[in-house]
Ligand binder design. Sequence first.
Ligand code: NAG
Ligand code: NAG
Ligand code: NAG
Ligand code: NAG
Ligand code: NAG
Length: 403
Amino acid sequence: MRRAIPTALAAAFVVLLVALEAPVARGYNITRILADHPEFSTFNHYLTVTRLANEINRRLTITVLAVDNSGMADLLARHFSILTLRNVLALHVLTDYYGSKKLHQLTHGSTLASSVFQSSGRAIGTTGFINITEHSKGRVTFFSEDAGGAPPVAFVKSIKEMPYNLSILQVSSIMSSPEAEAPVAPPAAVNLTDLMSSKGCREFANLLLATPDVLKTFESNLDVGLTVFCPIDAAVRAFAEKYKNLTAPAKASLLLYHGTPFYYSQQLLKTNNGAFATLATDTHDKKYKYTVGSDGDAITVKTHLVTATITSTLIDQDPVAVYAVDKVLQPRELFKPEDAADAPADAPAASKKHKHGAADSVAGPNEAPSDEAAADNAAFRTGSSGRWLAASAAALAVLVLAV
Ligand SMILES: *[C@@H]1O[C@H](CO)[C@@H](O)[C@H](O)[C@H]1NC(C)=O
Ligand SMILES: *[C@@H]1O[C@H](CO)[C@@H](O)[C@H](O)[C@H]1NC(C)=O
Ligand SMILES: *[C@@H]1O[C@H](CO)[C@@H](O)[C@H](O)[C@H]1NC(C)=O
Ligand SMILES: *[C@@H]1O[C@H](CO)[C@@H](O)[C@H](O)[C@H]1NC(C)=O
Ligand SMILES: *[C@@H]1O[C@H](CO)[C@@H](O)[C@H](O)[C@H]1NC(C)=O
């Protein structure tokens, strides 16, 4: 069902796209802070271009080692690609707080700090760890562990400190790191909807195809960072009635809620703490989030209403990861807990309605509507078909929540 997107929806997208550009979680904006310091304008510009600004803003504790415009000119003269530039600059973003005071209080006068490059999963071995050493007379230097004897860079001055969240320090020049400077293969072209369709998320792919602006938002993140949790077909079918009831902007928000503007490998998913900003998260109200964690070997995605489990990996190829989940992720911004509680009782009625030609909104052309109706009713039955069971599981989860 490809319909023209109503104007209201288009307007909603403008808002959502703006939000997408700026998933700030922590109340500071590195771009704005550095804007007060014109001698760092080139550095600032490239934080935005490489999208590291987003990465910085969403972290709890961070130290940015900034170089002035002449330091950046030296770097740019090497004509690195944007992806390589991102790696080099990511080396200059430390995932811990180092104010100027702390630099002079290092245990044994030295420490190893990890950088965003190190934690990106792109670096191997000790690459991306930054050695910070205090020398005599309070001189402090930084070098990358893989610098191979290149001279360290020196701490110049503190630009901004917000203990113990954000520290911006000026260093004398860009640190050397063969690993970060290495050419980065351009990401393989990924056709999201094709990939999903061929690996168990055809229904979700169809919803995206029916909502082109949302699909465009997903696609625009393919080369800079995207993680998608696509609900498996049975889960989307079981959700069809609820989805149909949503307004067009709410449908868009729900779909965007299944993507995040960052790449998360399975390892990063397991170790990441805190709420995930999603493609539906607005900068200002910070809604539409969920938490991801591990439960034994399984990785779960928890909204306030549902806990979905990752059932398979469709692709995990930096900067893109797509995971299948066994439930539609329901944000509390669109659904009340009572909605979830009501679902099992509503199911028979919903199924009946479904039989009267409502299948087009969710089911693919080859799907029999009666099958979905059966799935809706199947919560208490032990079907012999795996497909049935999977659909039941989704309904059952709603029931469990209700109890
Ligand atoms: C940060 O500040 C810049 C410049 O003022 C602005 O363009 C950008 O939208 C801001 N980002 C967020 C997330 O607010
Ligand atoms: C940092 O480098 C200095 C000089 O190479 C070395 O003496 C020191 O042990 C290193 N510090 C750490 C924590 O590795
Ligand atoms: C710093 O981070 C803490 C959480 O670790 C947060 O509570 C606090 O509001 C943050 N401060 C600023 C200035 O962002
Ligand atoms: C993905 O593939 C489908 C057909 O398989 C095609 O219609 C669509 O344009 C492709 N999308 C992109 C972004 O190439
Ligand atoms: C859809 O909306 C109708 C009318 O508001 C309501 O009766 C029905 O229960 C809703 N269905 C679902 C599945 O939420």
